[in-house]
Design a protein around this ligand. Sequence first.
Ligand SMILES: C[S@@+](CC[C@H](N)C(=O)[O-])C[C@H]1O[C@@H](n2cnc3c(N)ncnc32)[C@H](O)[C@@H]1O
Length: 246
Amino acid sequence: MEYFLEIYGRVPRAGPGSFACTKQAFELMSEVPNEPYILDIGCGPGVQTVDLLKICRGRVLALDFLPLMLERTRANAEVANVAERLEVIELDMAQMAFSPACFDVVWSEGAIYNLGFENGLRAVRGFVKPGGYVAVSEAVWLKADPPAPVAKFWEAYPEIDTIENKLSVIDQLGYEQTAHFVLPETTWTAEYYDPMEKWVATKSTEWAGNAGALAVLEEARNEIAIFRKYSRYYSYGFFVMRRPNV
Ligand SMILES: C[S@@+](CC[C@H](N)C(=O)[O-])C[C@H]1O[C@@H](n2cnc3c(N)ncnc32)[C@H](O)[C@@H]1O
């Protein structure tokens, strides 16, 4: 975990994403209040948390179970001068027990899979106000029959599925579909794999001779190489949905 965090926890983002995509998803929520209260689940280093604070005048409660991530989120918010509207909570998302209907928006970029897409969307339904929104990004297949190295890599993330199956889960849980879109390839590289690749190169000298650490570097190299070769097979989908206003 120590070496994993030293690689995956030190790059600007902890998953694919961009300001443009966060803004696009936010703007799909046509009836959000002027100053929404937003829960950001699995905030990581808080890039999208800060983006949300810049995009609207609301408050964000950023949740993660790793203190390092919450420290980075707070530091990023301070640099962006939005920290007065940020709250953070160190909590396992499996233990969330917020008051019913207390958020206007529940947000989660690349993190809800930790609860499972279906379980996660079911868990947050009660926290969001009737008429409020839930926006999550989640791994999706773009093409059927991925080549063996791609299928093998994604075995570790069994929540990846087709967009159609994700949409059908959203329907079955009783949400109204607002819209969805696929994250472009640059969202994986600009703030995630490109800086990670440089960081891996730096660390491979520093960690020479440390088998456990080198195994983490090899995993990261493999993940990046698979993406560079096969990105047409998978990406993240951004799914925006609404709790019915009844
Ligand atoms: C893939 S990262 C995405 C982070 C961020 N949203 C982003 O897009 O950069 C997933 C985040 O979820 C957090 N996480 C994973 N399991 C969790 C759990 N059970 N409870 C709370 N946070 C969790 C991790 O610490 C990590 O910061």
